[in-house]
Design a protein. Structure first.
Length: 266
C-alpha cells in the first residue's frame, strides 16, 4: 500500500520539531522566552553604545534593532543547526529507512517557529511604542517565503556536505557567519552604506531581506545627520527572491546527489 505524502513527510517533520522544542526547554521556567534573550541582550548593548556613547538620537531605534536581531538569529541558528543536523541524527539515519530531507527541513522549521513567535513579541512591542499598522505589512509573507527558501537551500546543501567535510562546520561558525553579520544591516541602516557600494551590497540576498523587513514593519528611519530614508527597492527585492529560488533548487539537487552516501559515511 502506498504511503501518503502527509504520513511520509509532514508527520515526521512535526514529530521532530515538537521533540526538539520539548527537549530544548525541558525543566525551564520561562521556556520559549529564553530564545528571545540573546537577540534582546544584543540589541540592548547596541542601543546603549549608539545612544549613550555615540550620542545618536534615532526615534524607536530599539525597534529597528529588535526587528533585524530576531531575523539574524533565525538565519544564524538555522545555518548552524542545519549544518550539523545529519551528524546529530546519525543513529536515526542508520536505524530507520526514511526520507533524509526530513531532517534539514525539520531543523529549519524548528528555528522558524522561534522566529515567528519572536515576530509576535515584536508586533506587541511596536504597539507599545505606538508604531502604526502599515499597508506594507501585507508584504511580510513574501519576505518570509524568500528568506525561508534561501536558508533552506543552504541548509540542504550544508547538512549533506558537512558529513563529508567536517571543516565546513568550523568555517561557517568561525568565518562565514561573522563576515555575513557585518555584511548585513543588523545594527546599522542601509542608508549608511556608501552610494557607490549600494548595488554590490544589495546583491547579498540576506541584506535585502533584512532591509525589506525593516522597511515594511517600521516607518522610514530618521538619521541624525539628515540623510533621508531610501525607498523600497523592488528591483533588488525581486532579484533576492529569484536568488532564493535558485539556491533552494541547487541545495535540493546537491542533497539528492549525495543523500544515498550519508549512511555509509556516518
Amino acid at each position: 500500500m502506498q504511503i501518503s505524502w502527509r504520513v511520509q513527510f509532514w508527520e515526521p517533520i512535526l514529530v521532530l520539531v515538537w521533540r526538539e522544542l520539548r527537549i530544548r526547554y525541558k525543566r525551564t521556567i520561562f521556556g520559549f522566552l529564553w530564545s528571545l534573550a540573546p537577540p534582546i541582550a544584543q540589541a540592548f548593548i547596541w542601543l546603549v553604545v549608539v545612544e549613550k556613547i555615540f550620542r545618536y538620537d534615532i526615534p524607536n531605534y530599539s525597534a529597528y534593532l529588535l526587528c533585524n536581531a530576531f531575523a539574524w538569529q533565525f538565519i544564524q541558528n538555522s545555518l548552524l543547526d542545519g549544518c550539523s543536523v545529519m551528524l546529530f541524527h546519525m543513529p536515526l539515519i542508520k536505524a530507520f529507512p526514511m526520507r533524509r530531507e526530513i531532517l534539514p527541513v525539520a531543523s529549519v522549521t524548528s528555528n522558524l517557529v522561534h522566529f515567528l513567535l519572536a515576530l509576535v513579541v515584536l508586533f506587541i512591542y511596536l504597539q507599545v511604542l505606538r508604531v502604526p499598522i502599515r499597508p506594507q505589512w501585507l508584504l511580510l509573507p513574501f519576505v518570509l517565503v524568500g528568506l525561508i527558501a534561501l536558508v533552506l537551500g543552504l541548509v540542504l546543501a550544508l547538512s549533506c556536505l558537512t558529513v563529508f567535510y567536517l571543516d565546513l562546520k568550523f568555517i561557517l561558525d568561525s568565518f562565514v557567519l561573522r563576515l555575513l553579520f557585518f555584511a548585513c544591516p543588523v545594527f546599522y541602516f542601509i542608508e549608511m552604506v556608501p552610494a557607490n557600494w549600494y548595488h554590490a551590497y544589495m546583491l547579498n540576498p540576506f541584506a535585502v531581506y533584512l532591509t525589506v523587513l525593516r522597511q515594511i514593519l517600521l516607518p522610514p528611519v530618521q538619521l541624525p545627520d539628515g540623510r533621508s530614508a531610501l525607498p523600497f527597492d523592488w528591483l533588488h527585492f525581486l532579484i533576492a527572491l529569484l536568488m532564493s529560488a535558485v539556491v533552494l533548487l541547487i541545495g535540493w539537487l546537491i542533497f539528492r546527489r549525495y543523500q544515498h552516501l550519508l549512511a555509509e559515511w556516518l
